[in-house]
Design a protein around this ligand. Structure first.
Ligand SMILES: [Zn+2]
Length: 204
């Protein structure tokens, strides 16, 4: 006997969207912050991940992630066909953590397509998905650093030498501030990175 499924077995992203709808359907749409928190937990996303780790995380969720050279004005794109999902990110990271930021942005767009197909769009037709995806990326990364901070502090606490421990605290404090700053100002930082790159080409 064949069991009927909702199709989320081969499509984990759809499974995530269905869970969100079942938990928050009563007061739809959830805030971007709530969506980001649930998503970060679901993907097991963290603040500091290498490209291979990001690729691996995506693979476990049925999304093929690749890094390829793209024209400078394109940071990434996504496409979905039936159960197949692809996210492509530029190989040239223009600012620190831009890979993670772009990944979250592209994932948000994939999520919205699933929500809309299920009749649960989270944004109006006049709203900009691009803007919403940027807000989602910022919230997701803030969520990740908030989640990671206790283990950073624990790591520092375990250092025996006083001076080394204080140095570790200072490092994590500065890192967290820089990271939070980059959550909000990443597009501007990328612009600066792109401009610096352009200047390099001009100066021969
Ligand atoms: Zn976009």
């Amino acid at each position: 006997m064949q069991l009927l499924t909702d199709g989320s077995d081969n499509n984990p992203t759809l499974g995530f969207c269905l869970t969100m709808i079942s938990q928050h359907g009563g007061s739809w749409p959830p805030t971007e912050e709530v969506l980001a928190r649930e998503f970060v937990n679901w993907l097991d996303f963290h603040s500091m991940l290498t490209r291979s780790r990001l690729t691996e995380l995506c693979r476990t969720k049925g999304v093929n992630l690749s890094f390829v050279p793209l024209p400078q004005e394109i940071r990434g794109f996504n496409c979905a066909f039936q159960e197949k999902k692809e996210i492509v990110i530029t190989k040239h990271e223009l600012a620190p953590f831009a890979d993670s930021h772009t990944l979250m942005h592209e994932f948000r767009e994939l999520l919205e397509h699933e929500f809309a197909a299920l009749g649960y769009a989270t944004i109006g037709v006049k709203d900009s998905l691009e803007e919403q995806a940027e807000i989602f990326a910022a919230f997701s990364r803030m969520e990740a650093i908030t989640k990671d901070l206790p283990s950073f502090i624990e790591m520092a606490q375990s250092i025996e030498k006083n001076w080394a421990r204080y140095l570790a605290y200072a490092f994590w404090l500065v890192f967290s501030l820089v990271y939070l700053f980059s959550c909000i100002y990443l597009p501007q930082l990328e612009e600066i990175g792109a401009e610096a790159k352009r200047q390099r080409y001009v100066r021969t």
